[in-house]
Ligand binder design. Sequence first.
Ligand code: SD4
Length: 300
Amino acid sequence: MKRRHFIQALGWGTGVAAGGWKSLQKLTSLKSGVGEPLVISTWRVPDSNEAAWQTMMNNGSALDAVVNGVAIDEADPNGSTVGIGGRPDREGQVTLDASVMDHNGNAGSVVYVQGFKHVAALARKVMEETPHVILAGAGAEQFASEQGFKEEDLLTEGSEKAWKKWLEEKNYQPVINIENHDTIGMLAMDSQGHLSGACSTSGLAYKMNGRVGDSPIIGAGLFVDNEVGAATATGLGESILKVAGSAIIVELMRHGYTPQEACEEVIKRISRQKNNKNFQACFIAVNNEGETGAFALQPG
Ligand code: SD4
């Protein structure tokens, strides 16, 4: 299989809030075709994409691919919004959220997990080994231990230092495209035309204790319907939750929108929210024919 469909959503376009609706810029649009594998993800994560791609080249499924792909980011201590090294909440606790969905419409997610970095794999275990969809906090951590996941301290020296500096002023003001953004959302289609997705994050830096974002909420940060397509998000979770972003994108595609048009429509709805110049929100999507789309509220 050739590498030509191994793509990365780079260079999010001119946004709605910044330049008015007419200045919308199409970003990534590529048609793969059923039977030709494809991996797309939020942000610039070539190593994660490569891991996902190699998984499928070695006969792994789309689900194997997305879980392996995001695991690279989760294990990178330099990423400040995913897994180890993720920025803590305002109490200094690193709390992770993640979700997965497969081509059969199965879903699993974990929220407010401390001490375990591979939360997308944990969400997969919830999906495959329990009768539930979501496990939270201490229950999710207990389940992680039972499943043999390794417990470790996720607050790196760098994150601790940044948090202590933040404590000096305690000014909660998410900065567009900086500390609050690099959540990984990844979508893959394997050679059988099966779609899967995963989304993994430490959420917003210096969030309130207990805060959960869009990433682990099925339909907000991630949605997959193999009959139609899949979508995933990054950005200010509150803005994405309020429009049930990923599920709506899939529904729009069901009703004839291209993945690009569907991403743009949902960003347009988000652009009507208060303070729309002060936050970022982004989606990527793929339909069941392998056509992709991506759009963001702000440049960057
Ligand atoms: C959240 N959507 O928890 C995530 C944050 C994010 O890159 O995308 N960061 O709101």
